[in-house]
Design a protein around this ligand. Structure first.
Ligand SMILES: *Cc1c(COP(=O)(O)O)cnc(C)c1O
Length: 386
């Protein structure tokens, strides 16, 4: 399989999807395992460990191995049918009455799920600004809080939560720390090495990177009782990803480093250029020194600050909607992390209760030519202001 004497880097291991070669044909791309069921041995055992397609699949194992390597997840990774399926499995592994503290600024659909569905399950969910460690400390109830859920950088304001400090606060209270690290990706941040217990990814986004797979993932530091509860939830509720999607995701992860580096470098350059644009009131990007989370981001992110940024426009909401209407290269669409750049007026998606200001446009930076992206935003901003 892997090198005999060398210890390859994550980039090398990801590029070769762990170096796995098909033993039958020596193909450098392993086949997709589509079988839903497996032959029993004559003594009725299942010596390969594979029994049925809902709990397990070899293609899923292969993709999980790549992600576990990238996240340095000692207890491994689990793939789900979507980011939401992965995230909600963590909450469903808790027990009725458990107290949960979550970031106020987070992926809107998960916030909505926590407010409606999770409370019906008997979870007590409290939202705080987790970038404010004093507020987080005050919200956590020793012995009662079982989970702290943070997202960093968090949608769509790109606030930064100090992962190591949040882990300490959670652990002191006897709670686990879970991190939605979708927008950092394992290229820039590895939360498990900073003390987090669980990392969640909407693998739909930059991990796959081509806007053609819906998938989610969880990675864990310790193979403990809670992680086993999560495994039981995936198996019982049938939340596993399909093998075709797992194959596409693995193909996407082979180029993760290349894409991520280019996307983050372009996002940084755009953030700098847009900061000087007369029609942009404010640029939200953790790579900018004036961003309130910049110092923490500089500590816990390496090799860049991610591909996501938001801008607030001088002309307010009307200018924001009109600017998005006039892009020629950016795609006016939801989602993020793909090779194509996307622009979105978030407030009209997120609805009531969202902390997203109405004059904000969210930008997902792809791999296109930087000058093209900049020229497109410049002309759209000018049209949007007229
Ligand atoms: C998209 C997204 C999710 C949800 O993932 P799905 O695959 O759409 O279910 C969760 N968190 C973040 C930060 C996201 O961007």
């Amino acid at each position: 399989m892997a090198a005999k004497n060398l210890i390859p880097s994550k980039r090398t291991l990801a590029a070769q999807a762990m170096g796995k070669i098909d033993p039958l044909t020596k193909a450098v791309v392993p086949p997709i395992h589509v079988a839903t069921t497996y032959i029993r041995d004559e003594d009725n055992a299942y010596s390969t460990g594979f029994v049925y397609g809902r709990p397990d699949n070899e293609t899923i194992h292969e993709a999980q191995a790549v992600l576990a390597m990238l996240e340095e997840a000692k207890a491994g990774a689990l793939l789900f049918g979507s980011g939401m399926a992965a995230a909600t499995a963590v909450f469903q592994a808790l027990s009725p009455g458990d107290h949960v503290v979550a970031s106020k600024v987070m992926y809107w659909a998960l916030r909505a799920w926590l407010l409606t569905e999770a409370t019906r399950w008997g979870l007590k969910v409290e939202f705080v600004e987790t970038d404010n460690l004093a507020a987080l400390k005050a919200a956590v109830r020793p012995g009662e809080t079982k989970l702290v859920w943070i997202e960093t950088p968090s949608n769509p304001l790109w606030t930064i939560t100090d992962i190591a400090a949040a882990a300490e606060i959670a652990h002191k209270a006897g709670a686990k720390l879970a991190v939605d690290s979708t927008c950092a990706s394992p290229v820039h941040t590895r939360p498990l090495t900073l003390g987090a217990d669980i990392v969640m990814h909407a693998a739909t986004k930059v991990l796959n990177g081509h806007s053609d797979v819906v998938a989610g993932a969880l990675c864990a530091r310790e193979d403990d009782a809670f992680w086993n509860r999560v495994k039981t939830v995936r198996k019982g509720q049938g939340g596993i990803l399909g093998p075709f999607e797992a194959f596409l995701l693995m193909r996407g992860m082979r180029t993760l480093h290349l894409r991520q580096e280019r996307q983050s470098a372009s996002a940084m350059a755009l953030a700098e250029r847009l900061s000087a644009h007369p029609l942009v009131a404010r640029v939200l990007y953790p790579g900018l020194p004036q961003h309130p989370g910049h110092d923490i981001a500089a500590r816990q992110m390496e090799g860049g600050f991610g591909f996501m940024l938001s801008i607030q426009l001088v002309g307010g909401e009307a200018a924001a909607v009109k600017t998005a209407a006039h892009v020629e290269i950016y795609k006016r669409a939801t989602s993020l992390g793909g090779v194509e750049s996307l622009i979105e007026h978030r407030a009209s998606i997120e609805g009531a209760g969202s902390p997203c200001p109405p004059d904000l446009l969210r930008l997902s930076t792809g791999i296109e030519d930087l000058d093209d992206l900049h020229a497109d935003l410049d002309q759209a901003l000018k049209t949007g202001h007229r």
